[in-house]
Design a protein around this ligand. Structure first.
Ligand code: ADP
Ligand code: MG
Length: 455
């Protein structure tokens, strides 16, 4: 009963907000209680709670009203699937009502076996906001050609190059362009990590056919970071069949990797040769001018026009990895935003220039502890096995800070957080990087943790 009210509300909200916002802020919410004129909505973590309270409360109230519910008060409470079953009393961020009320809403727990496949495209990555310059112009041209004529030339397109130089941005831009030119097209973007995971899940839950069917029905299949497939024989085989099916049907395939096929160890020969069928393009680090243009473009996206000396300072400071360059810019912008300052060269040097001379007394353990403390979670949980969202996000943030503050290697970062696989660390740092650009709460959390560290 309650559930159908909330499903109706979500249905309407889904039509009003962007897909990204819906997935991020609304998808995993549920109605926990609706009694005595108070309506309690369960959310998965503090970020969602804040966002709904600050930004979407009115929309939610209006939509509830349209559906016949006019509570005096709407409350947002954090719940998590796992804590529901465990019923602990000591978890500081799970509130009582989540435990008492939630079970009445008769919905499957978030951890049921049903698997949903996602299109995976991030609207943020477009051709329009991709800066073309030395190092990426060839890849850009090929991607543009594919966007206007998918499945004809350059199939597959294999783009390779170092970390943080725009591979994901560019191949997502192709996907976004094709999807918007052809609304009916089934464009699928997937990271190889996710492909591997979904494949394993499909086997485990005996849904192999769904899995194969889904990927083989794509009109455009974009597979990111394919180097991860090295050594994973079963997944390679599945990917091989997917590849053949799509290629035979003249469907476009785009693949990225951090190195050329010949340098991916234990890549099956037959896949290696398939990858070479189309076009392989090497992306290089953008040169100084291009980096300057990227910095300015990113600043403009935040409606800020940076003075040229600041732009050049940043472009000089970080020369190889655009993700790091963007991280430095975001750090500067967040710093200025909090203090209501206009960014200038002395602030930039003060904040970023001294990074190398920072006091050395900060160690990885302090970063992990500080982060756990900031989010009120016990240290053994942030480094432990739990995968609840309200622990995963802080864990990812800790990884991000380990990277940005101490420049630790990914395997080291993974170890500090009790993970075995360094790709988890890569993925986490990337994810937080992206979220920082979109989410003021995450930026704030990071700058506050950092401020505590250096206090
Ligand atoms: P990769 O996949 O090669 O590791 P990404 O595509 O994730 O790198 O790029 C890292 C960040 O740098 C992204 O936020 C992306 O938007 C940005 N970036 C990289 N190259 C460019 C460019 N030429 N123009 C605009 N942004 C760029
Ligand atoms: Mg990438």
């Amino acid at each position: 009963m309650q559930d159908s009210l909330w499903q109706a509300v979500l249905g309407e909200i889904e039509l009003t907000v962007s897909r990204g916002s819906f997935v991020t802020w609304f998808k995993n919410t549920r109605l926990l209680r609706h009694k005595d004129n108070i309506l309690v909505i369960g959310v998965q973590n503090v970020f969602v709670k804040q966002q709904l309270e600050r930004k979407y409360n009115q929309l939610i109230a209006d939509t509830l009203k349209k559906n016949g519910a006019e509570p005096e008060r709407i409350e947002y409470k954090i719940y998590s699937g796992a804590t529901l079953h465990k019923k602990t009393d000591d978890d500081p961020i799970v509130l009582e009502s989540a435990q008492s009320g939630a079970r009445t809403a008769n919905r499957p727990s978030p951890t049921t076996l049903t698997h949903t496949y996602r299109q995976g495209l991030n609207e943020r990555y477009t051709f329009e906001n991709f800066v073309v310059g030395s190092g990426n112009e060839l890849a850009y041209a090929a991607c543009q050609a594919i966007a206007s004529n998918p499945g004809t030339k350059y199939n597959p397109l294999f783009v390779y190059g170092g970390v943080g130089i725009g591979k994901t941005h560019l191949i997502q831009a192709v996907g976004n362009a094709i999807a918007s030119n052809n609304p009916g097209a089934h464009v699928v973007y997937i990271s190889t990590e996710q492909f591997v995971q979904e494949f394993l899940d499909a086997i485990r839950y005996k849904k192999n056919t769904d899995f194969a069917g889904y990927y083989r029905s794509a009109d455009v299949l974009i597979v990111d970071d394919v180097q991860i497939i090295a050594g994973k024989e079963k997944t390679q085989e599945e990917f091989f069949h997917t590849f053949n099916a799509l290629h035979q049907a003249n469907k476009q395939i785009i693949i990225s990797s951090d190195r050329p096929p010949k340098d991916i160890p234990t890549l099956e020969e037959r896949l290696r040769s398939r990858f070479a069928w189309g076009m392989s393009i090497d992306m290089q680090t953008p040169d100084f001018e291009t980096r300057c243009a990227i910095v300015q473009t990113k600043a403009h996206a935040h409606s800020i026009d940076l003075p040229q000396p600041v732009v050049e300072f940043l472009a000089n400071l970080i020369q190889t990895n655009i993700r790091e360059l963007e991280g430095a810019l975001n750090q500067l912008l967040a710093f200025c935003e909090m203090r209501e300052l206009d960014p200038d060269i002395s602030i930039a040097i003060g904040l970023l220039g001294s990074a190398k001379n920072r006091p050395k007394h900060i160690n990885p353990k302090q970063i992990v502890e500080r982060t756990a403390k900031y989010f009120h979670i016990p240290l053994d949980e942030i480094v432990g096995p739990k995968r609840d969202k309200d622990i995963v996000v802080p864990r990812q943030i800790a990884m991000h800070i380990l990277r940005s503050e101490l420049h630790l290697s990914f395997p080291k970062i993974a170890r500090e957080l009790g993970r075995k696989d360094h790709t988890t660390a890569i993925h986490s740092v990337e994810k937080i990087d992206k979220e920082m650009a979109l989410d003021a709460d995450i930026r704030l959390a990071i700058s506050e943790i950092r401020a505590h560290l250096y206090a």
